[in-house]
Structure formats: C-alpha cells, structure tokens
Design a binder for this molecule. Structure first.
Ligand code: 3H9
Length: 652
C-alpha cells in the first residue's frame, strides 16, 4: 500500500512492517514539509492495526543530514523538531532508523528518537552543530549521554566530529551494521527485535554521572580547542545539565541555548563559511566543462613543499613520480616524503603498513624521460625564474602534449614561467600551502592561455585532494600572500606608532589566530621575505625599508637564529620581549596614543579586508567569500569570525 499525501515522505507496508521513506534532495534536510510528513506518519502508523514496527529510511545519497541550514535565518515553524523527535520516541510501534550516508545533527537526533538504529557499513553519525556555531536543538545533548555515556557524548558534541558505523556500533550509538540491502536488513532486524522485550526509549534511560573533576577538566580542554569560539563551551554546559538535571529541564536548557546561539554573529559567520566551502569546488563558469582524467602525477623537486605535495597526491591514491636533479637530492626528497608518512604513523593517523604502501607508490627519477606518460606534473623547485623555465622546457620535451603542467610558484609571474611552452593551454598555477599534505587551501591560477578543461582539472584535483580550491588572478602574491604582505605592513605601522610587538601578537591571538603576525614570522623565518624584497630592490624596484629588514640586517632571522622580533632562550620556543629589538627600532618609533586589543585587531583585520576589496576590484578574486576561504584555510584566520570580508561586512 502506497501513501503519497506528503511530497517528501512515502509510506509503504509489507507483512506488518511499515517503511517510511524520506526523499528530500539533496541531503534530506529537515524542512517543514519533511517534519510535517514524519509527524503525520507517526499518527497514521500508530492507528494502523496491521503495522507492528516502522523502518525509517532515506532515498538519495544520505540519511537525514540535519536541520535545513538555509532556514536558520527564519522563524522556526511547527512542528518543531524536538516535538517531532519526542513523538517518534513515544510512538506505540517501535521505529527503526536505517542509516546510510550520514545521520547528522537533527538527522541523528531523529535517529535517537527511534527505538533502534541500524546502519550501512560506510555510514556515519554525529552532531556537528558546534561547527555551525550552535548546539544541537532537538535533544542531542540530552539523549546522547543516555545512549552512549557522558564521556563519549562530550567528545562527539564539543568537537562536532562524526563517527563511522563500526565504531558507532562498538560505542553503542547504533544497534547493528547491515551489509547489503539496508531496507531488507532493517526489516529483518525489526522482525527479530519484535520477538524480544523492547529496550527503554533513550530519554527514559539513566545517565551515569562522571567522576569528580570531569567537568572542570573538560571545560579547560574544550576552551583551549575552541580558540575563542563560544559554541563548544555552551554545548558542554548543555551536556552537564543533561547529566545533572531531569530530562525535561535539560531539554528546555538545550533549546534555549540553541535558539540564543542561532541568532549570534558567530553562527552567521560559520553558516557563511559552510556555504562558501560547498560552493568553492563548483564555480559557475566551469559548469558543464569536463575535467581531464588524472591517473598519475609527478612532482619536480623534493624539498619541503614538493615532498608535501607528493604526500598529498599519494594520500589521494595517485601514483607519483618524484624527480630530482641527482641521486643524492632524490634520496633527500624521498627521505622528506618518508618522514611525512612516518609522522602520520606516530600520530596514529595510519598504520606502518599503510605508510609503507604510500611510500611504495612513489617512483624516484633523475631523468625526465620517466615522465613520458604522466597525466599531471607539478613543479616545486627553487623560486627562481631561470630554474623554473628550464624545468618547463625539459617537461615540454619529455611529457605527452596533453599532460597538464603546473607551477607551485608563490611570487613569480606564471605567465613568465610558461613563456615559450608549446601548448600553453595545459599550463596553470597550483599554489599549495605548507605543509602541503595538511593545509586545505589550493590557489588555482590560470594564465591567459589556460583552457577551461585544464582549469576544470585543477578544480577536480583539489576535490580529489580534499582541498578548498580558490581561483586567483595574477598579481604579486596572488590573493593570500598579497593580503599577508599588507597585514604585516600594517602590523609594522602599529609598531612605528609605539604599540608593543607583544601587545599586537596578543591582540591577534585574542581575536582567534593561533599566533600573532610577529610570532608567526619568528617561527617561519624573517629572511625569506627579506630576500624577496632585496631581489626586487636589486631589480630596480622601489621597496621601502621595513622594520623586518632592520632586524634581518642585524642577524635576527627568527627562532632559528635565537632571535627575531623576540628573544628565545636556547631550546625554548617561548617568545620574550627583546631589549635589543627595542634599541634597533628606536629611531623608527614615534609613540602615539595607546591602543586596546580590540582596536588593534579591528585595525589589522580592516587592513586585510581593504586589500581584499582592492583584489576584488582588480578581478584577482571573484567573490568576497572566496577571499574569506583563502584566509581561513591558508592563513589561520579564525573560522568562527567568517573571514576578513565577512567580519568587516564586505559581502557579495
Ligand atoms: C542541525 O541539524 C541543528 C539541529 O540540532 C537542531 C534543529 C532544531 N542544510 O556537502 P555537499 C546542501 S544543524 C541545507 O556538497 P556531500 C549543500 O549546501 C545541521 N543545505 O554534499 C549543497 O547544496 P548545493 C547539522 C545543506 O555529499 C548540497 O546540500 N548538519 C545541508 O559532499 C550537497 O552538499 C550538518 O551540519 C543542510 N544541513 O556531503 C550537515 N547540508 O548542491 C552538513 C548540505 O546547492 N552537511 N546542504 O551546493 C554535510 O556535512 C554534507 O552535506 C553531507 C553530504 C555529509 C551530508
């Protein structure tokens, strides 16, 4: 029997087990129509004497992926999700959630309202609300501790991390993993379950109190990981209430917290980033353009950047040829790659056997003849135009005419690198960020000759590497390094106006960066940017003397020389304000009015946004939200602030 009264919820019945199928593309988000459909389904199936259990299953790529994030700006409409979850939980016939894809947020809350949860082996479940600046709003923080214990609930809810089916089964979040046909398997599970006494609904289960000191310890850890974001701490408060107060009181507290957070700037910022990230891999201009097949890749240069790119390509499953100029350099490059894979083993990211397999997929070569049949080559050699041109001349000889050729330059003009290349349509810039196997940003820089198919392949590569692609036009530093230059210059201007270096760094940490601009330079080394400026000066450009130049000329290149903007004791990375620096810069500093931390951060973020606006006006970036993605994924801008353009209200 088929019921089609609701456009997104269909009910079928067979042999006493009803099947409620949700079909609300693309991700079965909990729109009002879906909530209403499920609401009505409970009443209808409870009233049907032939039905003894209900399987809730979804069509399409996933189970219910949560509340509809695009509805968050609007007033909530009945039936409200907490009421719907309570209604499913109180149904006279037990509901069984049959999960494929992801059961996230409100989707997992609905599943926790069901009497049982079963899942396909590749499925995952979780409560990612804190990543959207909110807390679960339909009982997630109240039911999860009852289902799986307080400690696990705290881990999952305050991090927002999803959990795969096998582990979810081991932790008691789900009741069975079902290989093969999920609907059939869930129906079989339902029949078997009906032969035994039913477990209590999740809301009726007790919470085991955690040991003394648990909440205090977790509060400190959560605050540290949150880097200034408020939602994780508020989620912890909800979980504590769930462990200490009766169910109804904890539900009311969670709902109140959810509604308050939903209206905050932080939540708006995180929604902005959520939608920007989803739009980034599919630029409108490339709609309908097919990417070229990528079956193999090569990297020229096995330094820090090259090795990181090799690792990223291997982790994406591509066989990689690593080319160096001689056997000795190749051995060093291979060692760099091996160290990255070994680091992954040490951090528990992979097994030694997996690391070995990754390493085995790297073919070393000192002769470009090895590249005769590769689909993609990424050049990551020294930033010197002559060296890079020689590489591309050799690649033009060695590679197939349709092989994609990419440069990873940060500052050179890709047009100059590509000059004289036969078939320049297959050339583009792919600007990775160090460490390239970790950092999510990939700036994609076409030259005027780059074909649409080449560009589309750059985007497809980013997706394969699980990176966030942002197209950039050609200018010095592209999007990210150009903004970085302005940011550093603005920070130096504050120093010239008498603001203490340590105060500026502390202000930016307070804003949410892991490090301030001067600490970051001390870590990375002041000499790289210095050498660049010196190069430009030698080429006849007028580059005013920076404060950083004064320090480098005095031998202060950062932590590696025992001092840069700060002093460092041997073996200690803690930055100490430096009397030597004060003296070196004294002639440049004209003390002005004192500045508070918020004013410092506002001034520097304002400068970033002003550069972003110039970049937009010149067509170097296409949309303000893409500049925000560059800053968040390449430069440590706090995600929960939404990026410099969002934070300063420059919106597309
Ligand atoms: C919540 O549930 C609060 C509750 O506790 C309380 C309620 C009272 N809403 O990522 P994709 C769109 S908070 C609206 O490329 P995939 C997305 O924009 C929510 N739209 O697919 C894109 O649109 P377009 C907690 C959404 O297969 C399209 O769907 N839930 C939502 O790579 C495809 O998305 C989450 O945070 C949404 N919730 O990955 C889950 N989700 O095609 C967020 C997606 O127009 N979602 N869209 O560009 C995900 O993590 C992934 O989408 C998922 C699928 C893993 C499900």
């Amino acid at each position: 029997m088929l019921d089609t009264a609701n456009p997104v919820v269909t009910i079928t019945r067979a042999g006493g087990i009803a099947r409620v199928t949700v079909d609300n593309p693309p991700v079965n988000a909990l729109s009002q129509a879906l909530r209403q459909g499920l609401w009505d389904a409970v009443a209808r199936l409870d009233a049907d004497p032939e039905v003894s259990a209900v399987v809730l299953i979804c069509a399409g790529r996933t189970f219910i992926a949560g509340a509809d994030v695009s509805e968050f700006g609007k007033p909530p409409m009945a039936p409200h999700l907490p009421d719907l979850v309570a209604r499913i939980e109180a149904a006279q016939k037990p509901w069984i959630a049959a999960i494929h894809g992801s059961a996230l947020g409100g989707g997992f809350e609905v599943a926790m309202g069901c009497r049982f949860r079963v899942a396909a082996p590749e499925a995952s479940v979780g409560l990612p609300e804190v990543t959207l600046g909110i807390v679960p709003g339909a009982g997630g923080t109240v039911r999860l501790p009852r289902l799986a214990g307080v400690a696990l609930a705290v881990d999952l809810v305050t991090s927002g991390r999803p959990m795969r089916a096998a582990q979810a089964l081991a932790e008691g979040l789900i009741d069975a993993v079902i290989p093969g046909d999920l609907g059939e398997g869930a129906t079989g599970f339902a029949r078997a379950a009906l032969t035994r006494p039913l477990p209590a609904p999740v809301s009726a289960r007790p919470v085991t109190p955690p040991p003394a000191g648990f909440w205090e310890a977790r509060a400190a850890a959560v605050a540290k990981a949150a880097k200034g974001a408020t939602a994780p701490g508020r989620a912890l408060a909800c979980l504590r209430r769930a462990a200490e107060a009766p169910f109804a009181e904890a539900m009311a507290f969670e709902r109140e917290t959810f509604l308050a957070l939903r209206a905050t700037e932080e939540a708006a910022a995180l929604r902005h980033v959520f939608f920007a990230e989803r739009a980034a891999p599919r630029p409108a201009a490339l709609r309908g353009i097919e990417a070229l097949p990528l079956r193999s890749a090569a990297v020229i240069g096995g330094g820090t950047m090259g090795a990181g790119i090799v690792a990223a390509l291997r982790e994406a499953g591509l066989p990689v040829t690593l080319v160096e100029r001689d056997a000795e350099a190749l051995a060093r490059g291979r060692a760099n790659v091996a160290a990255i894979f070994a680091g992954g083993v040490m951090r528990g990211k992979r097994t030694a056997a997996q690391a070995e397999a990754l390493e085995a997929g790297v073919i070393g070569a000192t002769d470009y003849a090895a590249l005769a049949d590769v689909d993609l080559v990424i050049e990551a050699v020294f930033e010197e135009i002559g060296v890079k041109r020689a590489v591309f001349a050799a690649l033009a000889q060695a590679c197939r005419a349709d092989a994609l050729l990419a440069t990873n330059t940060s500052y050179l003009d890709p047009r100059a690198i590509a000059e004289g290349l036969p078939n320049p349509g297959r050339f583009l810039g792919l600007h990775f960020f160090s460490p390239a196997n970790v950092m999510k940003l990939l700036e994609i820089v076409p030259v005027p000759e780059t074909t649409e198919a080449t560009l589309a392949t750059g985007f497809a590569l980013a997706q394969r590497l699980r990176k966030i692609p942002v197209q950039a036009g050609i200018c010095e530093g592209f999007i990210g390094n150009r903004i970085l230059k302005r940011y550093r210059a603005a920070a130096e201007d504050l120093v010239r106006r008498g603001v203490a270096i340590a105060e500026i760094d502390a202000a930016m940490r307070g804003y949410g960066f892991a490090m301030g601009p001067f600490e970051a330079q001390d870590l990375g080394g002041l000499d790289i940017a210095f050498l660049q400026r010196e190069g430009a000066r030698a080429a006849g450009q007028i580059v005013p003397e920076t404060l950083g130049d004064i320090l480098v000329r005095a031998g202060r290149k950062g932590q590696k020389t025992g001092g840069g903007w700060y002093d460092y004791a041997p073996g200690d990375r803690r930055a100490r304000p430096s009397a030597a620096v004060t003296e070196l810069l004294a002639a440049q500093v004209v003390p002005g009015a004192a500045m508070g931390a918020e004013a410092i951060a506002a001034a520097l973020v304002g400068e970033m946004a002003a550069e972003g606006q110039a970049i937009l006006a010149e067509g170097i970036a296409r949309r303000p939200e893409e500049i925000d993605l560059v800053e968040i994924h390449g430069y440590g801008f706090p995600r929960w602030r939404g990026g410099p353009m969002f934070a300063t209200r420059v919106r597309g």
